[in-house]
Design a protein around this ligand. Structure first.
Ligand code: CA
Length: 239
């Protein structure tokens, strides 16, 4: 099925079978695809093609995915989805400042990868939209997510028609989650984006606010299905 998405995606992968599979599936979704099979080629192609998103394997000949990610982060603001083969690589993606936006552990389902790609591209578009003055001036924006309704003009949230009493930071956090739904968000990233660089509290702050939010938006706060804990990393908001 072709979609209306016209994003260009760079796939960096040295395993021929996986490269083919990724190329086939992303092309079939209507994305323009360019390819690189090692680290140095990834840098060249990225600089030349200016992709909208990069799917980046970590174990690569020439230059590994961490290095490629670090270098490209300084040159362009492109979302990067990293493919990891081992648990300790996951720790690096999330823990170090390589600047990856999301990661998937091999083996992964192609359906899941396509969903993550879509979510990342949507996030980029949303961020761009947020920045545009036109968007700010339009007003009256309403965001819907499941039974939640966020009124961006009034900074009000309702659930199933009932207005929720949220503290300002709970509202900011929920808005950040909704904008980034389906994506794994580390505590550090959440702290930085919702509380800001100059905030001196620890990441416990995030956990506490998540607990409060869950009590307000989860059908069963003790068994959350909206704000899901990603062990050792942070959280993911589910639609
Ligand atoms: Ca590899």
């Amino acid at each position: 099925m072709m979609t209306t998405v016209e994003a260009k995606i760079l796939i960096v992968e040295d395993e021929p079978t996986l490269l083919d599979t990724l190329q086939y599936n992303l092309t079939r979704q209507g994305y323009a695809v360019c390819l690189a099979k090692d680290g140095p080629a990834a840098l060249d192609v990225a600089r030349q093609e200016r992709p909208d998103l990069i799917v980046l394997d970590i174990m690569l000949p020439g230059l590994d995915g961490f290095e490629v990610c670090r270098i490209l982060r300084q040159e362009m603001n492109v979302p990067i989805l990293m493919l990891t083969a081992r648990d300790d690589e996951v720790d690096k993606v999330v823990g170090l400042e390589v600047g990856a936006d999301d990661y998937m552990t091999k083996p992964f389902s192609m359906r899941e990868l396509l969903a993550r790609v879509k979510a990342l591209l949507r996030r980029v578009r949303l961020t761009r939209a947020e920045l545009s003055m036109e968007d700010k001036a339009s007003g009256g924006d309403i965001l819907l997510s499941g039974d939640l309704k966020l009124d961006l003009t009034r900074c009000e949230v309702s659930r199933g028609g009932e207005t929720l009493r949220l503290k300002p930071k709970e509202y900011d956090l929920l808005l950040f989650f909704v904008h980034n739904r389906g994506i794994v968000l580390s505590r550090d990233l959440i702290l930085e984006r919702v509380w800001g660089w100059d905030y001196h509290g620890g990441s416990r702050t995030v956990d506490v606010h998540v607990r409060w939010l869950r009590e307000k938006i989860e059908p069963e706060p003790a068994d959350p299905v909206r704000i899901v804990t990603v062990r050792g990393v942070g959280y993911r908001f589910e639609e």
